[in-house]
Each structure stands twice: as C-alpha cells, then as structure tokens.
Design a protein around this ligand. Structure first.
Ligand SMILES: Cc1ncc(COP(=O)(O)O)c(C=O)c1O
Length: 372
C-alpha cells in the first residue's frame, strides 16, 4: 500500500518502551555541523515558539517582530500566536525565494527581530540572500528546515537558529530539533524551553494508527475509511490552537536513536522515488514537475505544478478516487489571504501545487504502478 508517510518496521516498536534514550546533544548529532547547542521539541512549531521566548529572555522585552514567509501553514503559527506574537508575512516568488525587493520596502517601515527563511520541500532556500538581509537589518535568522532530511549544501550554515523536523521524514511519533549556531547563550535557550512547559504528546494514537496501516490491506482500509469526509483540494483545515505539548516525548526520544542509521538510505531512496514519479507522470497534461532539475538535497515530497486551480482540483480528486495519496498545501494565514496583491504568488502556489509521497518506505515500482 502506498502511504503518505513512512511506516515503522515491526522491529522499531519495542523502542517505544524499551532501550536507551539519548540526550539532546547526542540525538542531535546528525543534524549538527559544528558546535551548535541543541534542544528537542515535539514539533517545529514549538521550536519556533522557543526562539520567541529566547528573544524575550535575551532582550528583556515583550514580543519580537517575527517575519514569516507568506507561503506558510497557518496551523503552524498557532503556538507563536498563542504567545501573543503577530507575525508579519513577507512575500515569496513563484520560485519560493523571498522577494527581497519587497522585504527591503517592508524593513523601511520597521525591520524584523527574527526572520524565518524556509528550505521548502527539502531544497536549499536563498541563504545567501537571507544572510545579506540579516546583515542589513540586524535580525536573527532562523532557517526553517522542517522539510529537510539532514544538513546539505546551503542548509544549516547561515542561520542563527536552524530547526529540523525528523518526525516528518521518519517513522517517529514526534521530534523536532532546534539548533543554535553560537552555543553562547545556551542557558537562555534552555530557559526558553522550560518556560514553554514540560508536557509532551501521547504516542499511543500514532502507534495504533501505524499498526492499523501495517496490518490492514490498503483496499480494506480505504473501504473502512470511505465514510470519512475527505477534504477537497480547496478545503483548509479549521484554525485551532495546538495542544500545549511542546516537549519531545520519551517514547519518540528512544525511537529517534535509530534514525541516524536510516538517514543515508532514506536520502538515496527518496531521490530514486522522485525520479520514478517524474517518469510515471510524463504523459499527464496540465501539470509538470515543479523542480525540473535533479534535487540538490533529498526531496520531502514530489511536487506537481498544475496550470491552474481547476486542473489541480481535478487531479487531486482523481488521485483520491484511485486511492493514491495526494496532498495540497494545508492553508495560508488570513493576513496573506486578505492581501492578494502582495501575496499573489503564495496564493497561486496554494492553488496549483500537489504533493505526492516519495518517502523511503516506498519503492519505485510501487510508485510507477500506483501513479503511472
Ligand atoms: C515550512 C514549514 N515549517 C514549519 C512547519 C511546522 O512543523 P511541525 O509540523 O513540526 O510543527 C511546517 C509544517 O508542516 C512547515 O511546512
């Protein structure tokens, strides 16, 4: 069965309750490139919230001016909004790179304190441009590597902070690591994490879901879940606060110990799978691969760019009807949707991109058979 995310092996389950749990620094080793400080959270959205609290502690001031790219899931802004931050959204172009001309106009009204650059879909963002902007404005630069498997050229070397979300790329229930490049001030980062609270998510719903996905055949699972409302291409999930469970669960911490051994293989398989999908989808009309060149780093998803919103919605429904996993970008912030002139490219991307799985639990033959 083609699943949207990679499933654990049976041999991985005992690690939920048994075995060693690494320290923050030890577990972060594959993502560290230097002497960065490291703190783990359950999700990337909490890593971002921790940087906000770090800034407050460091500057003994109220909330920082935080800038996010406009192509950003609104759901992931919930923790920072709950902390009272009002993010400003800067526009990206259709190539997902920040529109530095507009950023400079915005900075003239008031520069950011924290600037987030996203490495979308695992591929390096414009780190050189962000480093220039950081120098000009004095902002702290946060590299959002939520989709990135591990450090790669152009990722993780320019930000003051970098966060990765291995829970998105590997079969672990939660886990996002926040790195601070200059380890000086680590105490303040730890204080920020403590301030967020000590609660962590329960892992048993995740575990049960994965067991069901492993044991129930795909066709039966589809029949069993057919009564459930499946969101359409244009449907945004309702905005709601995340459960206040910012910390890394002990169960996921134990499972994460096995991830470093899987990284190299995952990177190779993801590239092979992306190539297979590009081949399989060649005859499709009205859409084409978003990235036309071999990806610089391991892909997070295969991205299909449709000519228009109608084609994207039709392709989305057709794939869903065939039982082939497909996703749309979940939602955009109201600040973005309410200013369509400034945020035209983000809105266009939301309406025309489809995401197909390429994870390491799939084979190229499966993908060719499923999507070809
Ligand atoms: C670009 C980007 N950054 C950050 C996040 C937040 O990550 P998490 O789901 O781990 O909170 C997401 C979520 O999908 C994302 O797409």
């Amino acid at each position: 069965m083609i699943t949207q995310v990679t499933l654990p092996y049976w041999r991985d389950f005992p690690a939920l309750t048994q075995g060693p749990a690494g320290t923050d620094l030890r577990l972060a080793q594959p993502w560290r490139q230097d002497h960065e400080a490291a703190v783990w959270f359950s999700r990337g959205a909490w890593a971002l919230a921790a940087v906000v609290l770090w800034w407050r502690i460091r500057h003994k001031e109220d909330n920082p001016g935080l800038w996010l790219p406009d192509y950003f899931c609104n759901g992931s802004t919930a923790p920072i909004r709950d902390l009272g931050v009002k993010p400003r959204f800067y526009p990206v172009g259709e190539d997902l790179r920040p529109r530095w001309d507009v950023c400079r106009e915005m900075a003239a009204e008031g520069p950011p304190d924290l600037f987030v650059l996203a490495h979308y879909f695992g591929q390096p963002g414009d780190l050189a441009g962000a480093a220039d902007f950081r120098r000009e404005t004095g902002a702290f630069l946060i590299e959002d590597a939520a989709h990135v498997l591990g450090p790669a050229t152009g990722i993780g070397t320019g930000g003051d902070f970098i966060f990765y979300c291995p829970h998105k790329n590997f079969a672990v229930p939660d886990g996002a690591v926040l790195l601070k490049r200059d380890p000086e001030g680590e105490d303040e980062l730890q204080a920020a994490a403590t301030k967020l609270g000590e609660d962590y998510p329960g892992v048993w719903p995740w575990t049960l879901k994965r067991i069901i996905q492993k044991v129930v055949p795909g066709t039966a699972l589809r029949r069993l879940t057919s009564f459930r409302h499946k969101p359409g291409f244009h449907d945004d999930p309702p905005y709601e606060s995340l459960p206040w469970t910012p910390r890394f669960s002990p169960e996921a911490r134990r499972m994460m110990s096995r991830v470093p051994d899987l990284m190299a293989g995952a990177s190779v398989q993801r590239r092979i799978n992306a190539r297979a999908l590009a081949e399989a989808l060649k005859g499709w009309t009205g859409c084409r691969p978003f990235y036309t060149e071999e990806p610089a780093a391991a892909p997070y998803r295969f991205i299909l760019k449709c000519d228009d919103a109608t084609t994207a919605a039709a392709r989305f429904s057709a794939l869903q009807a065939r039982g082939c996993p497909v996703e749309s970008w979940p939602d955009l912030a109201p600040e973005v949707k309410n200013n369509p002139d400034r945020h035209a490219a983000a809105i266009q991307l939301r309406q025309t991109l489809l995401f197909l799985p390429v994870h390491q639990g799939l084979t190229e033959d499966e993908l060719r058979a499923g999507y070809g």
